[in-house]
Design a binder for this molecule. Structure first.
Ligand SMILES: [Fe+2]
Length: 324
C-alpha cells in the first residue's frame, strides 16, 4: 500500500489536533510529548498502517497519507518568504498531523546547521535559491537521499502540503532501491555494496567555506545484501575512480527507471523512507503572490542504523557528524 485515504478520519484527527498546545514553537519538547500521547490514539486503520510501514517499509519506499485536515486556502496565512517561522506562529492543521504521525514513527529532529536549527521547516520557493536547495522552483531538484552524508541521517523525511503550486506541476519523484535492485546486475551490486564513495555536503554543512569538497563518504548500498539500504545523491556523490563512476551510472539509471511520481496536494503528508530511497522534485513556476507552493518538512529519527544513542527526545537538535 502506498496511498492511505484519511478523510474518513477527519473528525477524530481534528479532535486529536485540538488537544495539542496552540503555539508549538514556545516549547517544542512539551509539544511533541503531547503529540506522542495523541499518536497512541490515532484511528486504528492509520495506526496499523504506520506501524507496518515503520517495521518493514514497502516496495515503493513511501507512504502517502491523503485527505488530512488542512485549512481552507483563504484562511491559511500567506506562504512564508523567510525562515525560521516566528516563535509565536499558531499551530497549523498539517503541523499537528506531522507531529502526531511523526511521533508514531520516531523522534522529530532538528539539524544545527540547517534552517537556523529549526525542527519544522517551511518549504517555499525563493528567488535566487542555490541549485541544491529545497527553495528552488524553476529547476529540477535532482535525486538525493536526504543527508546521506550525515551520521544522524533521518530515517524519514515527512512532507506536508498546505498549498500546491498554482499549476499543480511540481512532482516529487521517489526512487526505491527495492524496486531498482532487480535492474542492477550482480557485479555492480557487489561493487557498490559497502563501498565508501567520496561525497560533498549541502551548503548548510560546509561551515561557510565556498566548497570544501568531498568531506564525507557514503556507501551507495549497505546493510543486508539481499535487501540493502540506499545512499544516493546525484549532485553530491563524487566518485574518483572509473569503476565507481560506471557502477553509479548503472544504479542511477535503474533508479530513474523505477521512480514513482507523487503530486502533492493540500491535505497530503508524504512519508519518505530515507534509508531505502532517493527523491527529487520537478520544476514549477512561482507567482510570488503569497499563494505559492508551501510544504512543511520534518525529519524523523528511529532507533535503526545508529541514528540514536539513547536518551534523545523529539525536538532535539543534533550537530553535524560526517559519515566515513
Ligand atoms: Fe529532499
Amino acid at each position: 500500500m502506498t496511498v492511505l485515504p484519511c478523510s474518513p478520519h477527519s473528525a477524530e484527527l481534528l479532535a486529536l489536533a485540538a488537544g495539542l498546545p496552540r503555539v508549538p514553537r514556545r516549547d517544542l519538547h512539551g509539544f511533541f510529548d503531547a503529540a506522542h500521547t495523541a499518536a497512541a490514539a490515532l484511528p486504528e486503520l492509520m495506526g496499523t498502517a504506520l506501524d507496518a510501514f515503520n517495521a518493514d517499509g514497502n516496495q515503493a519506499g513511501y507512504l502517502l497519507l491523503r485527505g488530512l485536515p488542512v485549512e481552507d486556502d483563504d484562511v491559511l496565512p500567506t506562504t512564508p518568504d523567510r525562515t525560521p517561522a516566528p516563535v509565536d506562529r499558531p499551530l497549523l492543521h498539517l503541523e499537528a498531523m506531522l507531529a502526531i504521525v511523526g511521533r508514531r514513527l520516531g523522534l522529530h529532529t532538528g539539524y544545527r546547521e540547517l534552517r537556523s536549527a529549526s525542527v519544522y521547516h517551511d518549504v517555499y520557493p525563493s528567488p535566487g535559491a542555490h541549485y541544491l536547495s529545497s527553495e528552488t522552483s524553476e529547476t529540477l531538484l535532482e535525486f538525493h537521499t536526504e543527508m546521506a552524508y550525515h551520521v544522524r541521517q533521518p530515517n524519514y523525511v515527512m512532507l506536508a502540503c498546505s498549498r500546491a503550486d498554482h499549476e499543480r506541476k511540481a512532482i516529487t519523484l521517489v526512487g526505491s532501491i527495492r524496486r531498482a535492485l532487480p535492474l542492477v546486475p550482480d557485479d555492480i551490486r557487489t561493487h557498490l555494496f559497502g563501498r565508501p564513495i567520496p561525497c560533498r555536503v549541502d551548503v548548510a554543512f560546509r561551515g561557510g567555506a565556498e566548497d570544501p569538497g568531498a568531506i564525507a563518504d557514503v556507501k551507495p548500498l549497505y546493510g543486508d545484501p539481499r535487501d540493502p539500504f540506499l545512499g544516493y545523491d546525484r549532485e553530491l556523490l563524487a566518485p574518483r575512480d572509473h569503476a565507481d563512476v560506471e557502477a553509479l551510472a548503472v544504479l542511477s539509471k535503474a533508479l530513474d527507471e523505477v521512480r514513482e511520481p507523487v503530486r502533492l496536494v493540500p491535505g497530503d503528508v508524504l512519508i519518505v523512507d530515507n534509508f531505502r530511497t532517493t527523491h527529487a522534485r520537478t520544476p514549477f513556476t512561482p507567482r510570488w503572490d503569497g499563494k505559492d507552493r508551501w510544504l512543511h518538512r520534518v525529519y524523523i529519527r528511529t532507533d535503526r542504523n545508529g541514528q540514536l544513542s539513547g536518551g534523545e527526545r523529539a525536538g532535539d537538535v543534533v550537530d553535524f557528524v560526517p559519515r566515513h
